[in-house]
Design a protein around this ligand. Structure first.
Ligand code: AMP
Length: 599
């Protein structure tokens, strides 16, 4: 059967040897996306036939006897849509060592920590070999499309700011850690380097040290040691690159000294990592003085164009730059200078979703073509509420979910996943818009996390709304040689009327008058009708802008890393009610402003 062949690559990520093979495979599966999706669902249900969770909903119905269309209709009518909380009791039993077939027939031995659907508390989701294989597959597919526009030299190196977090054992003895951590430790990570003929600068001991500050130092040191071989610079999320270069501005002299002497700074204390790096770095005074001269020049231009000047053969900077990473674009562009920014794939710990087929597009315009073999995808149509409605708590009005083959261009949807790893009709919590099609598969524009982040009264604002408002407010800083480093927010409900608090860390000196203007501009820029009306009637108080001291967001990162997060998957929470976080923010606040808009 044709679809069997289409799906064959799923069994083995290294199935296709060349870029040509993998792109033509994708052309075939995307042309038949509807059929491939039904077949993917059939395979998931066949593989997990009889597991406790499916039995609960499907009873004794044997879907393996049905044709693919019938399976789709029976499955979606009998199995309910769920959130992580609904599956948590099942996953917890797996974590505690119950080896009966609960969600999958294959025993789950590894769990990933996902941040995808929540802020704050991390959640376990099953991780299997299939997860690493699809990671390999999407990376190779993306590399194939990138190579058409920005070819790189075979055998070159990648400066990858990647970080494994510590893995630990659950009560039942399963290995737990972030999905990226599992991937970096997998065979597929090695295969990817061989198949894409690009090799990471840092050895495994650096990636997996578990101390992100020491790892960043060694990535930078090795990246510069292999300077002429580096073909591109990357991290999982753009934040990783931004934080690495912020550290570089402080560390460059020490790094140059290490290159000159073939040594490793005493700040690297982890013995395995020290040894691994010392085995690579050899004294190179000529290279060290060349880098020193470049850095001295760069310092005078506020590090503009740092990437092409330090890595003269780099072709581009590559990372996830969409969604909550968009606020870092300005900084990335500053560092990338003339080099293109290439926005990376769309996925989550639960499943990879789509690939960027047009690497030359600026990150603001990037879309992701859904890969129909990775999971079975459904889409819940979402409609923005009538502006005058104050009914209910829902941010959007929902319609019945539709399969991938029935999505419409211009419509917004929440994504629902059925995965090979045992998640059935699982609401991911991401809002996307269908912007078009690649062959028969939809291209998605990432809009935001579904969850409302700022709401005091009848107002409703998402992460995207906040992002736009902060962008407007911070534009005023650029006229004053200052820049926004990072931001977050909270809804202050203790004192009446409640109000929004936005925290900014800025680099550069700005007069109070300007910050007052920024505060007013942000307050006036929320367009949500509920907010505007509440502000006019003062049932929501004036927006408060808190300026925090330099280094505050680094403290926030450290706080999350301390709680087990990995830098590779870290995303600054754009709104928080976490008491510890609010405490850090309050202690670090050096100036406060209240908006005069609406007064
Ligand atoms: P995690 O659970 O830590 O793996 O994070 C997954 C979440 O990150 C997704 O559900 C999205 O909200 C976000 N994300 C992942 N890839 C992208 C992307 N390319 N653009 C925007 N947001 C993304």
């Amino acid at each position: 059967m044709e679809t069997e062949t289409l799906l064959a690559s799923n069994d083995n990520g290294s199935f296709y040897d060349s870029y040509y093979d993998i792109s033509s495979w994708f052309d075939r599966v995307s042309s038949n996306a509807g059929v491939v999706q039904r077949e993917t669902l059939r395979r998931i249900l066949e593989l997990n036939h009889g597991v406790e969770y499916l039995k609960k909903w499907l009873g004794d119905i044997d879907v393996t006897e049905m044709d693919a269309c019938e399976i789709e209709s029976v499955y979606t009518s009998l199995v309910p849509l769920v959130s992580h909380a609904d599956l948590e009791p099942y996953i917890q039993r797996i974590a505690d060592g119950d080896t009966s077939p609960i969600l999958t027939q294959h025993a789950i031995t590894t769990l990933s920590l996902s941040s995808g659907t929540t802020e704050g508390r991390q959640k376990f989701v099953p991780f299997t070999r299939h997860s690493s294989q699809t990671t390999l597959q999407i990376f190779r597919l993306a590399a194939a499309y990138r190579s058409r526009v920005y070819p790189t030299r075979d055998g070159g190196r990648i400066l990858e700011f990647i970080y494994s977090s510590k893995r630990f054992k659950t009560k039942g003895g399963l290995t737990a850690g972030t999905a990226t951590t599992h991937y970096f430790a997998s065979e597929e990570f090695k295969i990817k380097q061989e198949k894409t003929k690009s090799f990471t600068c840092s050895p495994r001991e650096v990636i997996s040290s578990g101390d992100y500050k020491q790892t960043t130092y060694c990535h930078l040191l090795l990246g510069l040691f292999f300077r002429d071989e580096v073909e591109f610079i990357t991290s999982t999320f753009a934040y990783g690159i931004v934080q690495a270069f912020a550290s570089f501005e402080e560390l460059w002299k020490e790094i140059c000294k290490d290159i000159k002497e073939g040594n490793v700074s005493s700040r690297i204390t982890l013995p395995k990592m020290r040894k691994a790096v010392l085995d690579i770095v050899k004294p190179d005074p000529f290279l060290a003085s060349k880098i020193e001269a470049v850095c001295e020049d760069l310092q005078d231009s506020d590090w503009y164009g740092l990437v092409p000047k330090l890595w003269p053969n780099a072709k581009y900077v590559y990372s996830i730059m969409t969604g909550s990473m968009q606020p870092y674009l300005k900084k990335l562009r500053h560092h990338a200078g003339s080099l293109p920014l290439v926005s990376a794939e769309y996925g989550s710990t639960e499943s990879w979703i789509g690939v960027n087929l047009d690497p030359s597009l600026p990150p603001e315009n990037v879309t992701f073509a859904v890969i129909p073999t990775f999971s079975y995808f459904e889409f819940i149509p979402l409609y923005r509420q009538n502006q005058d409605s104050s009914s209910g708590n829902f941010d959007f009005i929902e319609d019945e979910p539709v399969p991938l083959s029935q999505v419409k261009v211009g419509q917004e949807y929440e994504i629902v996943l059925t995965t090979f790893t045992g998640l059935y009709r699982y609401r991911l919590g991401d809002v996307v818009e269908v912007s078009g099609f690649h062959n028969g598969t939809p291209k998605l524009n990432f809009i935001c996390r579904r969850k409302l982040i700022l709401a005091v009264n009848i107002d409703k604002n998402t992460e995207k709304d906040l992002q736009l408002v902060v962008e407007r407010g911070s534009q005023l800083l650029s006229n004053h040689r200052a820049e926004l480093v990072d931001f977050t927010s909270s809804a202050e409900l203790v004192h009446q009327p409640g109000h929004y608090v936005i925290y900014w860390e800025i680099k550069g000196e700005v007069e109070e008058r300007v910050l007052c203007d920024c505060c007013r501009e942000m307050d006036a820029s929320f367009v949500d009708h509920g907010y505007v009306v509440s502000r006019r009637t003062n049932s929501i108080g004036p927006l408060e802008l808190c300026i925090v001291e330099r280094g505050t967001f680094k403290k926030i990162l450290d706080y999350f890393i301390g709680k087990g997060a990995a830098l590779s998957q870290f995303k600054t929470p754009r709104c928080t009610s976490d008491r510890m976080l609010l405490r850090i923010l309050d202690l670090c606040t050096v100036k406060r402003f209240r908006s005069t808009a609406y007064s």
